[in-house]
Design a protein around this ligand. Structure first.
Ligand SMILES: [Zn+2]
Length: 309
């Protein structure tokens, strides 16, 4: 059954379908292309509209927005500002692309001067105080046109806080895609450059997960489900295929995986050196993520994949 392309295709167990892919996009006060890693460049709101138009034309069904504000402060107030960067982007995109799924990342780290995912008290992230700000951010995104929100902060209790706030605001039908098992990973490097979200001191190991743990990932997923998560996400994807599989087998809700910037960058860099064929390597990696059990894949390759498919 492997003798010809047609036979192989007939019995292929896992297929890449653009419908399952989400393209991450960065929006900021100005456009700053990234020539080496184009999807990690940033767009002004105006130029974002043009980029999204191209994606829609290619058949990309969904995007997730990350915002880089003009100014940062200790509380990260740009995150829930009615006139904040993501809110402005949503209001520009929503009427123009009614069919496109608009997801938003909900976190404070792009908006806080210190770069942590919550507010600080005595030099430490204050979990419970951060919840209200995250919930306010999610509600403001939905008011501006988001179809679903994706909290990535890893504070305890944030899914429940966001669910309650969305319901209070009359958004009972808005789903929450939770970054349920988000590891403290070295593979986020290029993203942090793009989103300007590198912590100014310390690291995120106090709230993100230890990459050595898988039982803890299931516990995190269980808590998020109890709090009302609709989709469980594992991040990063390639170093955690076993975690994706374990989440897939333990829960019956959709599972998402974030194929992060470092995973993208390492194959890009190897391809640029002539060491790998990028398209073949990317398709193999994305297929493995789906084979591991991901229903939804957030990937910087989404635009290129749309062209390859
Ligand atoms: Zn964050």
């Amino acid at each position: 059954m492997r003798r010809s392309a047609a036979l192989r295709s007939l019995v292929r167990e896992t297929r890449l379908d653009l419908d399952a892919f989400v393209m991450p996009l960065f929006v900021g006060p100005d456009t700053r292309p990234n020539p080496e890693l184009p999807p990690l460049g940033r767009f002004s709101v105006e130029e974002l509209v043009g980029e999204v138009e191209g994606l829609v034309r290619l058949g990309v069904p969904a995007v997730i927005l990350f915002g880089i504000p003009e100014e940062k402060d200790d509380e990260g107030s740009g995150a829930w500002d009615e006139d904040g960067i993501v809110q402005r982007a949503l209001r520009a995109l929503r009427p123009r692309f009614p069919e496109l799924l608009l997801l938003t990342d909900v976190c404070l780290c792009e908006y806080t001067a210190h770069g942590h995912c919550g507010v600080l008290r005595d030099g430490e992230v204050a979990n419970d105080e951060s919840l209200e700000l995250l919930a306010r951010t999610a509600v403001s995104h939905v008011a501006a046109g988001a179809d679903a929100v994706a909290p990535s902060d890893m504070m305890d209790g944030r899914v429940g806080a966001i669910r309650a706030a969305l319901d209070d605001a009359g958004n009972e039908a808005t789903p929450i895609l939770s970054y349920a098992a988000k590891y403290a990973s070295a593979f986020y490097g290029p993203f942090r450059e793009a989103a300007e979200s590198t912590p100014s001191f310390g690291d995120r190991r106090g709230y993100q997960m230890d990459p050595a743990n898988v039982r803890e990932a299931l516990r995190e997923c269980e808590l998020d489900l109890e709090e009302g998560a609709d989709v469980l996400m594992v991040k990063p994807a390639m170093p955690n295929l076993d975690v994706i599989r374990a989440v897939r087998e333990s829960f019956d809700v959709p599972v998402a995986a974030y194929n992060v910037s470092g995973e993208y960058a390492m194959l890009k860099a190897a391809a640029a050196k002539g060491w790998l064929d990028e398209q073949q390597a990317a398709v193999e990696a994305l297929t493995a993520i789906k084979r591991a059990g991901a229903d939804v894949v957030v990937s910087y390759w989404t635009k290129e994949l749309a062209q390859w498919l």
